[in-house]
Design a protein. Structure first.
Length: 163
């Protein structure tokens, strides 16, 4: 069966934007039941003839700040349980947060393959920020911009190399 790649990360880092970029327009996100939000969204994706299942573990994010960390930890657990590869997305503009550190620790302990991607690197001029992400202990961050579609080919190359 196809490898499963799960995107995890704080709300607002760009998980859904990246998911839609990779999944393309083939995906229609719909609600099964009015008022009930899905917490995971799936797509079949392909890069260089390698097929995989992509999961946005963020689904539809909660608005309330106080449950964000709890929610992130649950999403990371889902990813650890179901994914072959975890794509850990951080905000390259914002820098490292304590929630990023907590999730990074969970992911490191899981021994799963984790790829760190620094999103919102829209101009690739401020690469200086990217070095602080080495402290997460996940290895080399891949710089991307999901809105500008920069670095996505490099990221997909890294993903399929890990299958
Ligand atoms: P999620 O909560 O992690 O799913 O994040 P979203 O995909 O909903 O994105 C949150 C906000 O960040 C939206 O306003 C996006 O347009 C914006 N965003 C996502 N990717 C990028 C990016 O690469 N650059 C910039 N500047 N904004 C981005
Ligand atoms: Mg989202």
């Amino acid at each position: 069966s196809r490898p499963i790649v799960a995107i995890v990360g704080r709300p607002n880092v760009g998980k859904s934007t990246l998911f839609n970029r990779i999944a393309g327009k083939r995906i229609a996100i719909t609600e099964d039941t009015p008022g009930v939000t899905r917490d995971r969204i799936y797509a079949e994706a392909e890069w260089l003839n390698k097929y995989f299942t992509l999961i946005d573990t963020g689904g539809i994010e909660p608005a309330s700040e106080d449950i964000i960390l709890k929610q992130m930890k649950r999403q990371a657990e889902v990813a650890i349980d179901t994914a072959d590869i975890i794509l850990f997305l951080v905000d390259g503009k914002n820098g490292v947060t304590s929630a990023d550190r907590d999730v990074a620790e969970m992911l490191r302990k899981s021994k799963k393959k984790v790829i760190l991607a620094c999103n919102k690197m829209d101009k690739f001029v401020d690469e200086g920020n990217i070095f602080e992400f080495y402290e997460l202990g996940i290895g080399d961050p891949v710089s991307i911009s999901s809105t500008e579609a920069l670095g996505l080919g490099d990221l997909l190359d890294v993903i399929i190399e890990n299958f």
